[in-house]
Every structure is written in C-alpha cells, then in structure tokens.
Design a protein around this ligand. Structure first.
Ligand code: NAP
Length: 315
C-alpha cells in the first residue's frame, strides 16, 4: 500500500460480507484491498454457535470467522488493519481516508461495515457496562456462573443467548416488551421448553439498579399494559434489543431508509455508481451470515463488471 495507490476495489469491513466480497473480487482478478479496524468476522465472531450456515451443521462463530478469513487470504487478498475515517466519492475515482492520513483510491468501494448492538438508553446502563451490563453472552456469560441473570429482547439473539445462559447460570429472566417473541419458531420452542428460563412478557426495563462497588443488583420493570412497576433481583443483564447499521462512513448523498440502512439495487449498488453496500449495513429482508456472504459475492461480481466498463471507457 502506498499513498494514493489505485485499486480496482476497496472493501471496508472484514465480517462475512466483506470477506466474501474479498474472496470473489480476487477470483475476478481485481486489485483489491480489505480494511478492518477490529476483529475479523464482526458479529459472527461473537456468536457462540452457528447452526444455520448451509453445509456446516454446527460451528462456533469465532471458528467460522477464522475459516472465512483463511479462505479469503488463500487468494492473496491484501488486508490493512486500520481504521477508515472517511469515504469520499469522486468523479474519476473514489477515495478512502485512513486514520493515519493515508488516502487510497479505487474505481469501486464495497461498504461492509456491519452494525452495532442497540442500547436500551435507561438509567444505569452506561454506568454499569462491564459491571453487570453486557451485550455479549458468549463473551461475559462465564462471569455469571450459578448466578441469576436477565436477558432483554425477543428476537433471535435474545432467545439464542437466553438458552446459552440457561445452561450456565442459576436462572434467566427473559424480558420482552410484547406477549409474543419476534425470534424464530424453533428457538421459541426451545425457550418455552427450558425450565431455567422465566419469561416475563409485556415488560420493559425502566432502570438498571446497582450498588456503587458491586455493580448491577436488580432491574426496575414496568408492565406495558398496566403500567405496574416492580423490581427483580439479578446480578447481570444482557441486552439484545436489535441492531443499528454502522453507517458513519456512508457518504452524504447515498440513500438510506428511515432506520439508517443503505438502500441498494439487486447488485448491492447504491445510488452512487461504483459504491456498493453489503451485509448488515444494507436494507434487506433479514440479517443472516449466509445472506451477508451472498451480498459480498453479488457486490464483488457487480463491481468486476463496473470496473471493467470504467477501464474500457477510461483507459
Ligand atoms: P431483532 O430481530 O431486531 O430483535 C430485537 C428485539 O428487541 C425485538 O424483540 C424487539 O421487540 C426488542 N426491542 C427493540 N427495542 C427495544 C427496547 N427499546 N426495549 C425493549 N425491547 C426492545 O434483533 P436481533 O435479535 O439482534 O437479530 C438481528 C438479526 O439477526 C435478525 O434478522 C435475526 O434473525 C438475525 N439473527 C439470527 C440468528 C440465527 O438465526 N441463529 C441469531 C441471531 C440473530 P419487538 O419484537 O417488540 O420489536
């Protein structure tokens, strides 16, 4: 890599979407670089078990991430482990600015920055992060062995992680704001059958209670139907209330929906020619590893045609 080096494609993000894009871009003989600021695999890397990636019935998320990375590297994909601070669209080329001031240029950019766990935004949440408040059961569950914990949310992540925590803790309160889970039927069936999970429907957390030194010691809950307020004792609270796209690097002028997801066409291309968005950053029906990988493939194949056309018209 050198200042103003020209690539065919720059991929921002090393989760399943970005790594698949890297693999397909290299297979299409594109001069490609992938930039990742943190852990390869993104959300996949912090998922305990992946049971729904076709062809692999059961694998740890971290292990699957390593396989994605190894596979992409087997095509000699260039990787830069640095933070991107800006994506700047251009007429001739698009530019990507790194935190150290380096500017890279490319015909096409694939935005694969994923998303981040959403917060509850209630009193006690920020203050107790790491002191009982967690957003990752597989990372922190171990610290709550034989203790009482609470899980907040009703989607796949909440159900899956409540099941995981039920195996290692004394008891799990599963708190959901409606009387019906959003998560898949198969996970719901497992949750209903797990005696260690105590489901609390129609309730929201209004405060995370804590002791200055020991951290979280309970939750204040509010019934969404009756407005009744009560407290439960717990030493840990795992919050899984969804996800926000990491759209900070999406250039102004690129269309997003009302919740911040990038709108693309079927090629994963945005309204700016040569700028693609893939994986959890893009508006689509569902967020799954297999869909993120498929997006990476689609965008890389479409970018290959785009780059070829640019080179023919602008030698
Ligand atoms: P999600 O499906 O968006 O679910 C978020 C849950 O949090 C919903 O039940 C929502 O309630 C609740 N919620 C949102 N804001 C809240 C608030 N302020 N207070 C209380 N509750 C709140 O998010 P996710 O579970 O993280 O899943 C994200 C995507 O990844 C989904 O597409 C999911 O299918 C996928 N995923 C798949 C797997 C798997 O297949 N193994 C595992 C994990 C995730 P409402 O239902 O009332 O809106």
């Amino acid at each position: 890599m050198s200042e103003n080096e020209l690539y065919d494609v720059i991929i921002i993000g090393g989760g399943p979407a970005g790594l698949s894009a890297g693999m397909y871009a290299k297979r299409a003989a594109l001069k490609t670089v992938l930039i990742e600021r943190g852990v390869f695999g993104g959300q996949m890397a912090i998922t305990k078990e992946v049971e729904n990636y076709p062809g692999i019935p059961d694998i740890g998320g971290f292990e699957l991430s390593e396989k994605f990375l190894e596979h992409a590297k087997s095509y000699d994909l260039e990787i830069i482990e640095k933070e991107v601070v800006a994506t700047e669209p251009g007429i001739e080329y698009h530019s990507v600015r790194l935190g150290d001031g380096t500017v890279l240029q490319a015909h096409a950019i694939i935005l694969a920055a994923g998303g981040t766990a959403r917060k509850l935004d209630v009193p006690g949440e920020n203050e107790n992060f790491g002191k009982g408040v967690s957003y990752c059961a597989t990372c922190d569950g171990f610290f709550f062995r034989d203790k009482i914990v609470a899980v907040v949310g009703g989607g796949d992540t909440a159900l899956e992680d409540a099941l995981y925590l039920a195996k290692i803790t004394k008891k799990v309160y599963l708190i959901h704001r409606r009387d019906e889970f959003r998560g898949s039927r198969i996970l719901q069936q497992r949750v209903f059958a797990e005696p260690n999970i105590d489901i609390i429907f129609n309730a929201v957390v209004s405060e995370i209670n804590s002791d200055l030194l020991a951290g979280v010691n309970g939750l204040t809950l509010k019934n969404t139907q009756t407005e009744e307020i009560w407290q439960i004792e717990t030493e840990g609270v795992f919050i899984f209330v969804g996800f926000s796209p990491n759209n900070q690097l999406v250039p102004a002028g690129i269309k997003k929906n009302s919740t911040g997801y990038v709108i693309t066409d079927e090629k994963c291309e945005t309204n700016m020619p040569g700028i693609f968005a893939v994986g959890d950053l893009r508006q689509k029906y569902a967020n799954q590893i297999v869909l993120a990988a498929a997006d990476g493939c689609t965008a890389a194949l479409a970018a290959a045609i785009y780059v070829e056309t640019r080179k023919v018209t602008k030698p």
